[in-house]
Write a protein that binds this ligand. Sequence first.
Ligand code: ZN
Ligand code: ZN
Length: 170
Amino acid sequence: MVASQVCRQCGTASPRPDATICRRCGLPYGAAPRADAALAACPVCYRDTDDDGLLESRAMPGRRHDLQEHIAEHERFPVGDDELLETLRRGDRLQVGRWLAPFDVVRRYLVTGALDGGRRRSLQHDAIVTAMAQLSRWGTSVPVVGDQPEWVEARAALADLMERYHRRRV
Ligand SMILES: [Zn+2]
Ligand SMILES: [Zn+2]
């Protein structure tokens, strides 16, 4: 892919080879993002691009490339076992043990939680466990606090999935 045909601001590739300006941003391909623009993020690893709209290559350290090239690199550098997640997908939900939780929320937790650690990780974890238990039993508005056995089991199911998701990365 030609780097200059990917918008550095929104990360979108040009729909036509002869286009020179991103239709979403009105920015010429290859130009640095505007200073006040929100940076594009990778849908695979959730990393933001840097201020110049590029990311450092993992295959070739020192080289900087656009978001589409970065996404393509995940073929060689997967963040986890996404084939496993696809086998557990139920529409926009993900099967975690005997529960269902929002697919996107859980995947983001599995990817970023492994890096974040600490308090932010445990907050994400609690939110997902709460969602899992609530969705399966009461709908979305009743708090689950007090239902200890189910809470403990849901936590274990999520921790188990985290472990399986990252198992293949050696
Ligand atoms: Zn754009
Ligand atoms: Zn990425």
